[in-house]
Design a protein around this ligand. Sequence first.
Ligand code: APR
Ligand code: PHB
Length: 389
Amino acid sequence: MKTQVAIIGGGPSGLLLAQLLHRHNIESVVLERKTKDYVLSRIRAGVLEQGLVKLMEEAGCADRLHSEGYEHDGTLLSYGDEMFRIDFTEHTGTPVIVYGQTEVTRDLYAAREKAGGLIEFNVDDVVIHGADSDAPYVTYRVDGEDRRLDCDFIAGCDGFHGVSRQTIPLDVRREYEKVYPFGWLGILSETPPVNHELIYANSPRGFALCSMRNENLSRYYIQCSLSDKPEDWTDEAFWQELKRRIPADQAARLVTGPSIEKSIAPLRSFVTEPMRWGRLFLCGDAAHIVPPTGAKGLNTAASDVHYLYHGLTDYYARGSTEGIDRYSEKALARVWKAERFSWWFSSMMHRYPDQSEFDLKMQVADLEFLRSNKAAQKAMAENYVGLPY
Ligand code: APR
Ligand code: PHB
């Protein structure tokens, strides 16, 4: 087969790129290792920056997020029984949209299918060839049959565990990583959210987050030890622990119920440089991971897609290579800012096993400064709603 852009990975990055390129009559083929249902079964965060919302509009896939998503003009932070609000409208004039990443991915699949976009599922043994040549191609197997896809460019949208990043030679690649000494135990429950806005809680027993998907579908997280297993936590134990970590008045109004999903996610900050090697371009989790605290994972993947799709459309429309030549530099500039915000927010809101009394005082001072200083709140709001592309 021959196409213009071979996209490895059928997650939100790969699908958004394929749909945006399609809107500019640029052909692509998406190669996905799993099935569509498997990809849609993964529960992920759900706070969308305006930048991603605009890209979904450009891709012609924003109707449902506008009709079913929730505009949030602010968020709540608590430590102990203290709780204060970061007002996005006051500081940025821009809301975020609370809408599950799974729904974003579902909308993109629907758009690709409607457009007749080619997605190969259940692909195995994907190998990238000649990325540093003018004639790259990808080989893979489907149902035991060998396949070859010739292309002009390859977009590595295959996540942290994909092949694309590994294709960039070690002497070219530079990796930066921070692993946090705790995880997030998350549940989904068919209960009304405790608050119409998200609550990020720093408590002596650790972090907690109260989020939602809709009026009767809530998402809650508590910081847990990395040795924990989801089955170690009964629903009752989870609810009791959550109540201990959020302000008493919020705990009193918390509606509990059976969990319909329960999982533990590790926290990691990770970046690889460069995000381009020859005709191979990395997007999203294939190049960088953020701890979920700031909900920057999907949104930073979207800004990568923004820079790449503009670079590719300029190349095919005007033969200009400026956009693709500057892709890595532009994408990384925004990636590092999202990494810094996610690291800072995680450091301020979680309790560390080796935390000293002084470290704790620094956390409280950071929270106190944020609670009482408009400039600090503005900086937090600007980062949370999304820095410009
Ligand atoms: N061949 C083909 N597909 C692959 C391969 C491979 N070798 N390896 C992985 N994949 C697929 C995975 O099955 C997955 O569907 O690539 C896709 C990568 O999707 P994501 O991991 O969701 O990454 P991305 O699209 O960049 O989305 C980033 O996802 O993890 C969240 O927090 C993260 O929100 C961020 C978003
Ligand atoms: C979520 O709704 O799953 C969510 C929201 C905000 C975060 C992380 C996760 O920072």
